[in-house]
Design a protein around this ligand. Structure first.
Ligand SMILES: *[C@@H]1O[C@H](CO)[C@@H](O)[C@H](O)[C@H]1NC(C)=O
Ligand SMILES: *[C@@H]1O[C@H](CO)[C@@H](O)[C@H](O)[C@H]1NC(C)=O
Ligand SMILES: [Zn+2]
Length: 532
């Protein structure tokens, strides 16, 4: 019963609720006396009639009342016999059963049981509750004559909720049994309705074996709660990409905030770039607020957050290109805002002020503040060693430094990013992700050697191009330590492996390659800023 599906998000609460357990669970079999009383009251109020041991709701009588109106939710469905019979849970309704009703659109409040069927005693003989009445009686006995919000799947609007509403308002003689209905969209699996017969049934447990709870939550948040959500690899892929996009931003900001700061760090002068980012920040916050006020449109809210992150990335890249430090206070405000909102959405658990928690699932250690000081020492030491090794042309030491970055630290969930002329960036990323990245890199390397043999394989070609795009021009020659030994501050080689100055002709050739890479790398940076 899709009525049991809980809305996964809860807006505006500061306890970060996620999926809360219900306060009360009810079982129909324990509420039969309440159900019988409920039906008796409807009959007393004049909206029900007894016929051949069953009790029916008199829709015409109800609809004629001043206060009442039948089928408020889906008026156009009245008379839809198919929907009504499915609702009665009795597809093969017989002609004599039909003749018991005053009108075909009347529905059963209490059904006489045939011999052998489960039954309870009632003033009308042995019988059982109609389908809709159980919800009215159970909810009514706990919540009283009115409730603010009633949830349920989109398919329950008619006849179930319309009949529930009518019989409850007939019982309580009011017109406000439910103030608001929230009808959630269906979940489909790769385009098909989830059903046991199609064998495309996926339990939450199955889904969690493939993806993390956060990825599932992001997938839900990336869709409007009232629309159909299709669970497919495409849907999950966009959620995973979104998570990655945010995570890289958080890691970059954390790294920027970690840079050694003196008191002047807090008095960074605002230039036009900061003014502009600040304006975007305010605009995006307003856009998120407007989206959430528009029927809790989380889909649009997440898109607006993506825009904010892209603008921030562009700002950071711009500063780095100009060899200027990005403004920390401003970036911190943006990262705090994003984190707080994602905590409200239930997409971030844990108490860390910025970003997704790092470290082993569930363990509530703040890994970041525990290990980062040590990593920083290691990273600074490595930078110093690399600088000397480069100057003295000790390639063995350089390759050791690469090994720490590419082999040793990823195993421990640490990613080092060397950026020429700038301090090394240290990121805590979970080990699984890093090992996957390592595999992919290896694959791309293997693929790019493959294209030499088969140029027609365009996807290999594309992947190789992608891998190449990601290399900053300042890094492109540095790894070729078998060819070059000395580089200028832009990473351009000045001396060959034997220490001889590189010839004018050779320099010209290399310059061309360097410029081509500059263009390619810029393309890559631009694509990153556009969030792709
Ligand atoms: C009354 O109900 C019984 C069984 O529940 C059924 O066999 C019989 O046909 C019904 N009579 C009428 C007049 O509908
Ligand atoms: C940032 O932008 C907001 C909204 O435009 C503005 O109210 C605020 O004064 C700006 N802050 C600074 C420091 O310019
Ligand atoms: Zn119900």
């Amino acid at each position: 019963n899709s009525e049991a599906i809980t809305v996964l998000i809860s807006i505006g609460s500061h306890v970060y609720p996620k999926v809360l357990p219900p306060d009360v669970l009810t079982r129909v079999s324990e509420y039969v006396p309440e159900i019988v009383d409920f039906v008796k009251k409807i009959v007393e109020n004049g909206y029900g009639y007894v016929s051949n041991g069953s009790v029916y709701f008199d829709t015409a009588k109800f609809d004629a009342g001043d206060k009442h109106s039948y089928a408020k939710l889906v008026p156009e469905a009245v008379g839809d016999q198919k929907a009504l019979h499915e609702g009665e849970g009795d597809l093969s309704i017989s002609a004599d059963r039909l003749s018991e009703k005053r009108s075909p659109i009347d529905f059963a409040l209490w059904k006489a049981s045939k011999p052998g069927e489960p039954s309870w005693d009632s003033p009308w003989g042995k019988g059982r509750p109609g389908w809709h009445i159980e919800c009215s009686a159970m909810a009514g006995s706990i919540l009283g004559e009115s409730m603010d919000i009633h949830g349920g799947g989109f398919d329950l609007r008619f006849p179930h909720h319309d009949n529930e509403l009518a019989q409850s308002e007939a019982h309580f003689e009011n017109d406000h049994w439910v103030r608001y209905f929230l009808h959630t969209g269906h979940l489909t699996i790769a385009g098909c309705k989830m059903s046991k017969s199609l064998k495309n049934f996926i339990t939450i447990k199955d889904a969690l074996a493939k993806h993390t709870a956060r990825q599932l939550r992001l997938a839900f948040l990336m869709h409007s709660w009232k629309d159909t959500l299709d669970y497919s690899s495409n849907t999950m892929e966009s959620a995973i990409q979104y998570e990655k996009f945010l995570n890289e931003f958080f890691l970059n900001v954390k790294d920027i905030l970690r840079a050694p700061t003196d008191i002047t760090g807090q008095f960074e002068r605002w230039e036009e770039a900061e003014m502009e980012l600040n304006r975007s920040f305010y605009n995006q916050k307003a856009a998120v607020h407007a989206a959430l006020r528009d029927n809790i449109d989380t889909r649009t809210a997440l898109e607006e957050l993506r825009v904010l992150v892209s603008q921030s990335n562009a700002y950071i890249a711009g500063r780095k290109n100009a060899k200027l430090a990005p403004n920390r206070m401003l970036l911190q405000s943006i990262a705090l805002y994003l984190t707080d909102l994602l905590k409200t959405f239930g997409a971030i658990e844990g108490a860390e002020p910025i970003g997704f928690p790092v470290g082993t699932n569930g363990q509530n250690v703040d890994l970041e503040s525990t290990v980062m000081p040590y990593l920083k020492v290691l990273s600074d030491f490595r930078e110093g060693v690399r600088k000397i090794a480069r100057e003295q042309k000790v390639t063995e030491v350089l390759s050791l430094c690469d090994m720490v970055r590419d082999e040793t630290l990823p195993e421990l969930g640490v990613r080092l990013e060397d950026h020429e002329g700038l301090p090394t960036v240290v990121k805590l990323v979970d080990r699984e992700t890093l090992l996957k990245e390592k595999e992919e890199k290896k694959k791309v390397r293997a693929d790019s050697s493959y294209i030499c043999q088969d140029r027609s394989a365009s996807s290999w070609h594309l992947m190789a191009k992608l891998a190449k795009m990601k290399i900053p021009p300042s890094e492109m020659f540095r790894s070729e330590t078998d060819k070059y030994s000395t580089f200028d501050e832009t990473g351009f080689p000045t001396h060959d492996a034997d220490g001889k100055e590189i010839s004018k002709g050779q320099t010209k050739k290399l310059r061309k390659l360097y410029e081509a890479q500059e263009k390619l790398y810029k393309e890559y940076l631009d694509s990153m800023q556009n969030g792709s």
